[in-house]
Write a protein that binds this ligand. Structure first.
Ligand SMILES: C[S@@+](CC[C@H](N)C(=O)[O-])C[C@H]1O[C@@H](n2cnc3c(N)ncnc32)[C@H](O)[C@@H]1O
Length: 289
């Protein structure tokens, strides 16, 4: 979309051009809003105002990246998850709608601990699950730990935690592999462990091209059957959970039976596999007796 910006270009013109180029109205609107730095009604109020040269350059760059196949979340640099807005880039997985359901279940379980609640989000990536719990749980007597093995992800999660406002005071972000990232004094004292670990089998043909090209592979793959990380977490989780504490996993839609057997084999009780919004079995939960 090359144009001379000396003659002022309004956001209305830019929006119409972007819709025409992309052929996708919502995506065009979101990209324009990001370039403009305003959204919703504030963006609409700006439609007949001229864009600056710098904004036009940013818009053109974003449109080019999106047309080249880069996921919209990375192009915009931010993405909504439940009640919060997260900064995302290629250092972290793009948070998915099914993970919002996983976070919702972890939230319900955390709320069942009325007096105080300590929640751990293992493999936090952008911080999506843990930070949305921090935002939605009471400000008092809530402690949320976020961990990741990727230094890049820890940086992104910390940046997102800083944007959380008052609830950020309840959040700790630690680097390390699964439970090794946690201080030993909370061993046996955790109410809910929630994780969306890597769970795709190596070589799985169902993985979309754009996922393979743009998203971090360390967030995706976990051995021949995709369950290496689920096994690593499940085998250590009971030692870290309090008695009556819960473990919640996001899993692949074909992994329910294997994960149920694994959790029962580790001595968990009340093991259940629940569906995501599309009706596929994607959420595993289990209680430490
Ligand atoms: C599927 S992504 C989930 C990210 C985020 N929780 C979400 O739902 O969007 C898995 C995450 O686990 C992290 N991870 C992989 N191996 C790990 C390990 N050994 N210890 C801790 N985190 C690990 C990856 O870096 C990645 O951020």
């Amino acid at each position: 979309m090359a144009r001379d910006t000396n003659g002022a270009v309004t956001w209305r013109t830019l929006l119409n051009e972007t819709i025409e180029v992309l052929g996708e109205r919502p995506q065009a609107r979101w990209i324009c809003e990001t370039a403009c730095g305003l959204d919703g009604d504030e963006f609409l109020a700006e439609l007949d105002e001229p864009a600056t040269e710098r904004m036009v350059a940013q818009l053109d760059a974003m449109v080019a990246r999106y047309r080249a196949g880069e996921p919209l979340a990375y192009v915009m640099g931010h993405w909504s998850f439940r009640t919060i807005e997260l900064m995302v880039d290629r250092r972290v997985l793009i948070p998915r709608p099914e993970t919002e359901v996983v976070a919702g279940r972890a939230l319900e379980l955390a709320r069942s601990f009325a007096e105080r609640r300590r929640v751990v989000d293992l493999g936090t990536g952008s911080g999506a699950i843990g930070l949305s719990l921090a935002a939605e749980l009471p400000l008092t007597n809530t402690e949320i730990w976020l961990t990741d093995f990727s230094v890049d992800a820890v940086d992104v999660a910390r940046a997102n935690a800083a944007g959380l406002g008052r609830a950020a005071a309840n959040v700790r972000v630690n680097h390390g592999s699964w439970f090794e990232a946690l201080p030993v004094d909370i061993r046996g004292e955790i109410d809910v462990v929630v994780s969306n670990p890597p769970y795709i089998a190596e070589g799985d043909p169902e993985v979309a091209e754009s996922v393979l090209e743009y998203e971090p592979h360390s967030a995706l793959f976990a051995g021949a059957d995709g369950l290496d990380d689920v096994r690593a977490i499940a085998r250590n989780a009971r030692e870290w959970l309090r008695s009556g504490g819960w473990l919640v996993f996001e899993i692949g839609y074909q992994q329910g039976d294997a994960v149920k057997a694994l959790l029962e084999g580790c001595g968990f009780v009340d093991v259940a596999i629940a569906n995501d919004l599309t009706g596929r079995p994607r959420i595993a939960e289990a209680r430490n007796p």
